[in-house]
Design a protein around this ligand. Structure first.
Ligand code: AHM
Length: 330
């Protein structure tokens, strides 16, 4: 059997490719990996402890907050606080970002954005959920306070991004802009082990993924494209958990869409901690990610921490096909 490469070994190995690397980004990625293992443990035993269900609160965008959402949020904050490599965190579960002063007084140069538990409405029914993360280099004065501008950078400025899928197995996928690698958690070792090196998404695929229940609320071009997918006997798959739906699309090829609807004219998914990190992963695997105006997700202007965007992502050919439909019907 080939020797196992753990996430930590892989991160350190990759760091050596960069002559001037200080190890801060590597440290941060490793800390995210540890926090993911803790969230994984709780997600796995969620049915056994009194942690399932609503927390009784709503988050900044009006969704019900599940107890496990807050648990995942708190764990990520705790780990990033102790890591000393992150000067602030922005999260779906927090109205504003939280600055994380380091114990040593050292000024960390990265900010982290997270959706601690994406797809959390699925938790109570044992369906896969995930954690999404992105890392930006701080742009404000390093001697001063962290500013909102540090979080409102466009996705092209992401230094690293990834997600963890708590599914039939737990997998962590990340990119630092040089391809995507996937690590499956080996529960017997308690380690994420390299299982999917240098992932390349199929150039096209037979699957389409969209909440078709909103069909009548979509724009005409989107409806025509969905009709076309259905007419050409493509397979519809929709879990309702972005991480799971995108992860499947990464491997089977095809297209994932959360367009604008009449109820959500800006779509539902948030640019900073959902769309941008997932778009970076997809592009790094050879796919495409755009909004319904056909603009690249990663180049969108970001004005608010919890700003939403319609999103379409997937295999190159499928996204190109959608673009030609939109051009024809708009
Ligand atoms: P959440 O972060 O509150 O869980 O919401 C995000 C989730 C995504 O994972 C998923 O793609 C989408 O909401 C599903 O929404 P819908 O039920 O409207 O199809």
């Amino acid at each position: 059997m080939d020797r196992i490469t753990t996430l930590d070994e892989f991160i350190i190995d990759k760091q050596m490719d960069f002559k001037h690397a200080t190890g801060e980004l590597s440290g941060l990625l490793r800390d995210i990996g540890v926090a993911a293992k803790i969230v994984n443990r709780e997600v796995n035993r969620a049915g056994l402890v009194n942690i399932l269900g609503l927390d009784g609160a709503t988050n900044t965008t009006g969704d019900d907050v599940q107890k496990l959402d807050m648990f995942a949020n708190d764990k990520l904050v705790e780990y990033l606080k102790n890591s000393g490599e992150c000067c602030a965190i922005g999260s779906e579960e927090l109205e504003g970002f939280i600055p994380l002063p380091t114990k040593s007084g050292k000024l960390a140069k990265y900010v982290v954005v997270v959706d601690p538990l994406d797809g959390s409405s699925n938790i109570d029914v044992n369906v896969s959920v995930g954690t999404i993360f992105g890392i930006y280099r701080r742009v404000s004065d390093p001697e001063g306070d962290v500013e909102l501008a540090d979080f409102l950078q466009s996705g092209t400025e992401l230094v690293a991004a990834g997600y963890v899928l708590y599914g039939t197995s737990t997998i962590l996928m990340y990119t630092t802009g040089n391809g995507v690698n996937g690590f499956t958690l080996d529960p017997s070792l308690g380690e994420f082990c390299l299982s999917h090196p240098d992932i390349k998404m199929p150039k096209s695929g037979d699957f389409y993924s969209v909440n078709q229940g909103y069909y009548l609320q979509f724009d005409l071009d989107m409806r025509r494209f969905i009709d076309h997918c259905s007419d050409s006997k493509r397979k519809l798959r929709y879990i309702g958990s972005m991480v799971s739906d995108v992860h499947r699309t990464m491997f089977t090829g095809g297209i994932f869409m959360y367009p604008n609807t009449r109820k959500n004219p800006q779509g539902k998914l948030r640019i900073v901690y959902e769309c941008n990190p997932m778009a970076m992963v997809v592009e790094q695997a050879g796919g495409k990610a755009i909004n319904t105006n056909l603009d690249r997700i990663l180049e969108q202007e970001v004005k608010e921490l919890h700003q939403k965007s319609p999103i379409i992502l997937g295999s190159c050919d499928n996204v190109e096909e959608l673009i030609s439909f939109v051009k024809k019907y708009r």
